[in-house]
Design a protein around this ligand. Structure first.
Ligand code: GTP
Ligand code: MG
Length: 198
């Protein structure tokens, strides 16, 4: 994918606020700190377009990025962040539900998981939900630079099993640090963007 233009559109919480251009959209989901914002920056070749942080829970809103005047990336707020109240967790759930269930232009939801760890209960619930909405063809295993190639392979098999991913779904290793996996991830995302052009 050649990135001619990438810009931050805004941070929103309610469907009324979401952009109303009818352009295909790809959303990124995953626990807090897994590397969603870093993935967006790496895919777009922009260092600081999406805010990243060592402090989990950085992204608390639904953030939209417009690429090539052609499609959107959506950075969903991360879950599993311990320091939030039940009230905040509930409003997070409603926000995501509103988004996932009602966004007609949504073409794919990619789940990100940390390659070093087995998926959490939240990851499993999230993936099931994503599948239920007809997405989840791609899972990205982040921070691949932290493991050797053979350990990466081992972990990806484990993650695929624990998430109960169907054979048709793909898990790819990715590193924002080393930029590995960038082309492979783009290749898959492009197939979802293409099929949207009716
Ligand atoms: P929230 O916004 O809190 O939901 O987090 P996020 O999923 O957007 O994570 P973010 O991209 O902010 O990354 C969290 C931390 O992990 C940052 O310190 C990143 O530098 C680091 N990180 C992200 N991707 C990688 C990677 O591929 N390799 C390594 N080594 N670190 C990474
Ligand atoms: Mg983030």
């Amino acid at each position: 994918m050649k990135i001619k233009e990438a810009s931050f559109v805004g941070s929103f919480v309610k469907p009324e606020q979401f952009p109303d251009e009818m352009m295909p959209e790809i959303a990124l989901a995953g626990r807090s700190n897994v590397g969603k914002s870093s993935l967006i920056n790496t895919l777009l070749g922009r260092k600081k377009l999406a805010k990243t942080s060592g402090a989990p829970g950085k992204t608390r809103t639904i953030n939209f990025y417009r690429i090539n005047q052609n499609f959107f990336f959506v950075d969903l707020p991360g879950y599993g962040y311990a320091k939030v109240s039940k009230k905040e967790r509930d409003s997070w759930g409603k926000m995501i539900e509103n988004y996932l269930a009602k966004r007609e232009t949504l073409r794919e939801v990619v789940l990100l998981v940390d390659i070093r760890h087995d998926p959490s209960e939240d990851d499993r619930i999230m993936y099931e939900w994503i599948r239920h909405q007809g997405f989840g063809h791609l899972v990205v295993a982040t921070k691949a630079d932290k493991l050797s190639r053979s350990r990466q392979m081992q972990q990806m098999r484990r993650i695929k099993t624990k998430l109960a991913m169907p054979d048709s779904a793909v898990i790819l290793p990715f590193s924002a640090l080393k930029k590995t996996g960038t082309e492979e991830v783009w290749k898959l995302l492009e197939t979802h963007l293409e099929t949207s052009e009716t």
